[in-house]
Design a protein around this ligand. Structure first.
Ligand code: PLP
Length: 377
């Protein structure tokens, strides 16, 4: 057996070869909606109509599948379009088990869309394995994992939850947006399907909305996703596929730098008297640090949250004083962001009012620490 290829090498080389006709190193952007048939009506080059597939989409899908260790992937117009494609597997009477603290847009899909079509939706605390076991019971159809979670950075034990779900015959889905395949590969723990908001780390430059679903080994499941790309018409456009594939070239470089910065910031904040609590799985005092060490061999991610001791107003004022951290939602870009989560999540939010979420970019950690230091004064 040949040596496994490193993530940085996959980021550069996966589904990336010079274009045969011209030798161009960068793949051309194929701005065409239709493809020529041969004399007897066939499609010898594999492409027919761009909703069904394009060369740029093929490259992107092959690349993310290689990084996650799956057999294939499907690219969608957003992360939520990708998760909607997965939820299409559920029929009336089926049971979906998902975390209480999943991404709020995903929770809205579960509780509004899935519930309306007659799916039983059970939202539970995934850090409590007994609660997960009880909710899964003998007949869950899909178990949805998101780890680390947003914005409290809770860790779900991938191996334990996958075992519980598989014993009940359920399909296991993991939203791997926060960790990226650089830090954590859910397929290695038996997860059947991975979801990404490509808008975040995979895109990495806050300029392309996109989503991906990666299948570990089930060809019928991959065909379902590809059929949904064609049927719903929510596939990703060629230019966006190109941007994302280009960005993934530097994914490992960016994410490793961002993780190292986040770890330094978390340590600084954990010692700061104005901070009540820091949520970061890389800190030894995080309650699931040991699980994070076991399932995130590539790093603990670059998202962290902190509660400001003096409360909501002090948190809002802190965010208003940062100079390098931009006040904006979203995450995963090269630039650092700070956000008061409760106010964007709305009145139903379960997030503490004094919590600020940080997305750590690639700036020098010393500069980011100095920025937070002056903002917390
Ligand atoms: C942003 C996000 C999504 C949704 O992705 P979009 O690209 O905004 O549709 C899903 N899950 C997580 C964890 C996210 O951060």
């Amino acid at each position: 057996m040949s040596k496994p290829v490193g993530q940085n090498t996959l980021c550069v080389h996966s589904a990336h070869t010079p274009e045969p006709a011209t030798g161009a190193l960068s793949q051309p952007i194929y701005l065409t909606t239709t493809f020529e048939r041969d004399a007897d009506g066939g499609y010898p080059r594999g492409y027919r109509y761009s909703r069904e597939g394009t060369p740029n989409r093929t490259s992107l899908e092959a690349c993310i599948a290689a990084l996650e260790g799956g057999i294939g992937a499907a690219a969608f117009a957003s992360g939520l379009a990708a998760s909607m494609a997965v939820l299409e597997l559920l029929n009336a009477g089926d049971r979906l088990v998902a975390p209480l603290d999943a991404y709020y847009g995903s929770v809205r899909q579960f509780t509004e869309h899935c519930a309306r079509r007659g799916v039983t939706v059970e939202l539970v605390d995934f850090t409590d394995l007994t609660a997960v076991r009880n909710a899964v019971g003998g007949r869950a159809r899909v178990v949805w994992i998101e780890t680390p979670s947003n914005p409290l950075l809770n860790i779900t034990d991938l191996e334990a939850v996958t075992a519980i779900a598989h014993r009940a015959g359920a399909l296991v889905v993991c939203d791997n947006t926060f960790a990226t395949p650089i830090c954590q590969r859910p397929c290695d723990f038996g997860v059947d399907l991975i979801i990404h908001s490509g808008t975040k780390y995979l895109g990495g430059h806050s300029d392309v909305l996109s989503g991906l679903a990666v299948v570990r080994e089930d060809h019928a499941l991959l065909e379902h996703l590809q059929a949904w790309q064609r049927t719903a018409g929510s596939a990703l456009a060629p230019f966006d596929c190109w941007l994302l594939r280009r960005s993934i070239t530097t994914l490992a470089l960016r994410v490793r730098t961002q993780c190292a910065g986040a770890l330094q910031l978390a340590g600084f904040l954990a010692r700061h008297p104005a901070i009540e609590q820091v949520f970061y799985p890389g800190l030894p005092q995080h309650r699931a640090h040991a699980t994070a060490v076991a399932q995130m061999p590539g790093g603990f991610g670059a998202m962290l949250s902190m509660c400001v001791a003096e409360g909501r107003q002090a948190a809002l004022e802190t965010a208003s004083r940062t100079r390098l951290f931009a006040r904006a939602t979203s995450l995963g870009g090269v630039e650092s962001l700070i956000e008061h989560r409760a106010s964007i999540e709305g009145p139903k939010s379960r997030t503490p009012q004094n919590l600020l979420r940080l997305s750590v970019g690639i700036e020098e950690p010393a500069d980011l620490i100095a920025d937070l230091e002056q903002a917390l004064e």
